[in-house]
Design a protein around this ligand. Structure first.
Ligand code: SAH
Length: 397
């Protein structure tokens, strides 16, 4: 019964975002706590005047003191509640036609699916499950069961993002949670290309499915162009560009393991005009600029530079520098597909980054296409941070 639940009472005038259904209650918004919520336990959120706002799960160890899941006062956050949310999320992917047996897609996208604090990625029969919230990690058995029922997956494997254990007080190990252990390399099919995915050890949960549509769209510009794919990981963009008839493709990444996989992926798809090279993006682009090398199409897909809100201005500088270095390498009339995967950098701010980089490099940049994340990474309109991926395809003079 809701009446028995511990309650978080908001400070005066702090209820707006939560009435607007933003799911993150930071410690600073809370005036007092009535009762003794357990870490991971259910709470009721009330405005300063006592009126009901939402139901959520509490974590004293996290800056996000509570995550909100229901705005219905009588809806308890039981295992069945989360199983229903998981089922709804998977149903959407099925309806979108993204859940083919060999496919890679995101089954659950945290805030985008009303389940703040977890993601689940599908890789040809295996699921990589990632928790960013202690409360959901505690409910992992029920969540894995729901995911397995909804997808008939062979196994569920838990992965934890670096730093999250400390941020959330998560006490959870990476490893198989239910069913079979994924093979060392699961092979998935995307845009008609095969990629190996290391579900156990690969970056993120093994593959960046969020760039699926952008890879295909950017490849539409590749014909007869000399391409450079910066931060290529296992070759996602590179392979799409090569298949689309690029004159040549160079993939650059700092990770030797990712490049080994990229080379195997190119071979697996019989693509031979790709050259994968190891290096730091900043150093390598600078060196290429000094050597007067040019390309007709550049992809820039760096990792998230923004780690915390404090680091935004540092990150902005890094984005400007990287884009300016890239702009020095493009031939007149070239295409630059520049990406940012930081939820703390809005599309408008990213446009300013591009303007600053263009100014630094002395080039004229026009945006042809402003792209973002695909349908299996839905943006929660009430949570702007869930719109994290930007991919601007630009014409450079
Ligand atoms: N474009 C890729 C995903 C990129 S993820 C795809 O389509 O699949 C970001 C990549 O940047 C990772 O592979 C990581 O190894 C690489 N990376 C991180 N820091 C780097 C640096 N300083 N220089 C070059 N690559 C870097």
């Amino acid at each position: 019964l809701s009446a028995d639940l511990p309650e978080l009472i908001l400070k005066a005038k702090k209820a707006g975002p939560f009435l607007g259904r933003h799911p993150w209650v930071f410690s600073g918004a809370i005036d007092k706590i009535e009762g003794r919520p357990a870490d991971g336990g259910e709470i009721l959120l009330r405005a300063s005047d006592g009126r009901f706002v939402a139901r959520g799960l509490y974590n004293s160890q996290s800056q996000i003191r509570a995550r909100l899941y229901s705005w219905n006062e009588t809806e308890a956050l039981t295992d069945a509640f989360f199983a229903d949310r998981v089922l709804a999320a998977v149903s959407l992917r099925k309806a979108l036609g993204l859940l083919a047996p060999e496919a890679a897609c995101r089954l659950v996208f945290s805030e985008g699916d009303g389940i703040s604090g977890m993601t689940a990625d599908y890789y040809a029969g295996f699921i990589a499950l990632q928790f960013n919230a202690l409360a959901l990690a505690q409910r992992r058995e029920a969540i894995a069961t729901a995911l397995t029922r909804a997808t008939a997956a062979r196994g569920v494997y838990v992965r934890t993002e670096k730093g999250i254990r400390e941020l959330e007080g998560l006490d959870i190990d990476d490893g198989p949670l239910s069913g079979e252990m994924p093979e060392k390399d699961v092979t998935i099919l995307e845009n008609g290309l095969r990629f190996e995915v290391d579900v156990r050890e690969g970056q993120k949960t093994g593959f960046y499915s969020d760039q699926r549509d952008n890879r295909r769209t950017v490849a539409g510009y590749a014909l007869n162009r000399r391409c450079l794919d910066v931060c290529c990981y296992t070759g996602g963009f590179s392979l799409n560009l090569a298949r689309a008839g690029a004159a040549s493709v160079t993939g650059l990444d700092s990770s030797a393991a990712a490049l080994d996989a990229a080379r195997r992926n190119a071979a697996r798809n019989n693509l031979s005009n790709i050259d994968f090279v190891q290096g730091d993006a900043f150093t390598a682009l600078d060196a290429m600029g000094k050597a007067d090398r040019t390309f007709d199409l550049l992809v820039l897909d760096p990792p998230r530079f923004v780690q915390s809100s404090g680091g935004v201005s540092q990150a902005l500088k890094a984005y400007v520098r990287l884009n300016a270095l890239a702009l020095r390498l493009v031939s007149p009339g070239a295409v630059l597909a520049t990406c940012s995967c930081s939820g703390r950098l809005s599309p408008d701010e990213f446009l300013s980054v591009l303007a600053a980089a263009a100014l630094t490099a002395g080039r004229t940049v026009r945006v042809l296409e402003k792209r973002g994340q695909p349908a299996d990474h839905p943006v929660n309109a009430a949570c702007p941070e869930s719109e994290y991926l930007k991919c601007f395809i630009c014409h450079v003079e």
